[in-house]
Design a protein around this ligand. Structure first.
Ligand code: 3PG
Length: 212
């Protein structure tokens, strides 16, 4: 487990912001990922929410130099295994289930499981997880809530995701228990639809310049 945690941390520490992508077209995912990498965001989460998602992971893993592509919105063991087979270097889930944890246990690919309460964090700590996604960050209580967990649950690091943007990212990044944040704001739908890769690279550069 320690090796997998190290692997996960080395990916999350590549940048202050992990882009969270909902991809409708596997081909455009390559252009999008290249634009994000060009802006300095190398670890990219493609959510398994669209029919194109697995092909998008495969395409980015095969074609985008410098990208570290992970799969998000993993809800069960079958999706976990499919995402790993497609080439994901990390797996993200909004929460955790015994099935997802069992799949993660059997895999060399690290899991970033979601938690939003002290009890969820404690349960995942007992299962060996020291790095968690705090989800949905803003809606669950935001940076003040996460700060309140930092003393009693010291030793656990978080990647807050959900409602995070350029505006509030620093509120999280300045906390001692935050390793990075996640967000979709670096890949707005309209820029992706018009293949405005220069625009995406600009947003990625702004995000990459935030202090982790
Ligand atoms: C999601 O649920 O799509 C992710 O957590 C990203 O959330 P965001 O769109 O609020 O950044």
């Amino acid at each position: 487990m320690a090796g997998k945690t190290e692997k996960l941390l080395s990916i999350l520490k590549l940048q202050p912001v992990v882009p969270v992508l909902i991809v409708d077209d596997a081909k455009s995912a390559v252009g999008l990922a290249r634009a994000l990498v060009a802006g300095g965001l190398k670890a990219i989460e493609i959510t398994m929410r669209t029919p194109a998602a697995l092909d998008a992971v495969k395409a980015v893993a095969a074609e985008v130099e410098g990208a570290n592509v992970g799969a998000g919105t993993i809800l069960n063991a079958r999706d976990f295994d499919a995402a790993v087979k497609a080439g994901s270097t990390f797996i993200v889930s909004p929460g955790s289930t015994p099935g997802v944890l069992a799949a993660a246990n059997d895999s060399p690919v690290p899991l970033l499981p979601g938690a939003a309460t002290a009890s969820e964090v404690m349960t995942l700590r007992e299962a060996g997880y020291d790095v968690l996604k705090f989800f949905p960050a803003e809606q669950a209580g935001g940076a003040a809530y996460l700060k309140a967990l930092s003393s009693p649950l010291a030793g656990t690091l978080f990647c807050p995701t959900g409602g995070v943007s350029l505006k509030n990212a620093n509120d999280y990044l300045s906390l001692p228990n935050v390793v990075c944040v996640g967000g979709s704001w670096v890949a707005p739908k309209d820029l992706v639809a018009s293949a405005d890769w220069a625009g995406i690279t600009k947003l990625a550069s702004e995000a990459a310049a935030l202090k982790a």
